[in-house]
Design a protein around this ligand. Structure first.
Ligand code: ZN
Ligand code: ZN
Length: 307
């Protein structure tokens, strides 16, 4: 299961109710901050999530509404809060701008208060834990090196307790060994193979997060069969021409992508402060019913639906 907590859901400039782009994806003890618009550190405090384990920041692109908060965050880390280390991931152009902000403006010759790494990434899997991976893919927006991110649980074979009961496998370490892929031998000498008690592989849960984008046709593959797709929706249908001009999406385009890609839930963010939520939903729900427009501090649990 992944959980996504929205810290900022406004496009380009904040509104009274919405902060600038930032969201945290959680899985067990892992935390990934995706984008860090101005004011993100205060949203982190207000949400109650805190800075603990917040050691990885993934950037979708280098526009100011997605990165300026890194300056404030680093300034706070210099004097107050501490994290053990900080890894920032993004495309080359994005990291160049972040480098200027952090080293040129904030640190200015001072040492970062923790080991700080700017990690250039391209399309492909760049992070792997025991039971999930994070993969970057390329996104078309203004400027080069824009990325989206796929969080995906590894596929696993479910344990079938009724089979184990039938075969007389006792409760305890024997079952754990079978799940781990090891053969066991029962007291009566009978050998039990993992295949005897494990069902067919089931795909892990898939969460896709796209930042700003002007196109959807090149996102189909990445979004395919996602349990949830988080994507920008800066404009509504009436302003489709503006969306095209500034390389952003309308809510309708996002919904059409979700439908085509077989996504289960659509969560829209990066909302222009000129619209109300219902303006956005009106364009969408005729196309894709299971849609939410994220508000600041909304949190969604992304699970695999029972098959
Ligand atoms: Zn933006
Ligand atoms: Zn942008």
């Amino acid at each position: 299961m992944f959980e996504i907590l929205f810290l900022g859901t406004s496009a380009s400039a904040p509104s009274a109710k919405r902060g600038l782009s930032a969201q945290i994806v959680k899985h067990d003890e892992y935390r990934f901050l995706i984008d860090c618009g101005e004011g993100t550190q205060r949203q982190i405090l207000q949400s109650g999530v805190g800075f603990k384990n917040l050691t990885r920041i993934l950037l979708t692109h280098g526009h100011l509404d997605h990165i300026l908060g890194l300056g404030g965050l680093m300034s706070t880390f210099l004097r107050w809060e501490a994290v053990e280390e900080l890894d920032i991931f993004g495309g080359r152009t994005t990291l160049d701008r972040v480098h200027d902000l952090l080293y040129g403006v904030v640190l200015r010759g001072n040492q970062a208060p923790m080991p700080l790494r700017l990690n250039e990434i391209k399309s492909g899997t760049f992070f792997e834990a025991e039971d999930f991976t994070v993969t970057a893919f390329s996104v078309t927006h203004r400027g080069p090196d824009c990325l989206g991110y796929i969080f995906e649980g590894k596929s696993r074979r479910p344990f079938l307790p009724e089979k184990a009961d039938e075969l007389g496998v006792p409760f305890g370490p024997e079952r754990r060994d079978l799940v781990a892929g090891k053969e066991i031998i029962l007291p009566n000498g009978k050998r039990i193979q993992p295949d005897d008690v494990l069902g067919p592989p089931q795909k892990g849960v898939k969460l896709v997060v796209v930042g700003d984008t002007g196109k959807t046709d090149d996102l189909l593959d990445a979004c395919k069969d996602a349990d949830a797709l988080v994507i920008e929706s800066t404009y509504i249908d009436e302003e489709a021409e503006m969306a095209r001009q500034f390389s952003h999406l309308t809510a309708r385009q996002a919904a059409e992508l979700a439908l085509k890609a077989g996504v289960k839930k659509l969560i829209l963010t990066h909302i222009s402060r000129r619209y109300r939520e219902k303006d956005v939903l009106k364009d969408v729900q005729v196309i894709f019913q299971n849609t939410s427009v994220a508000r600041d501090f909304d949190s969604f649990q992304i699970k695999r639906e029972e098959q």
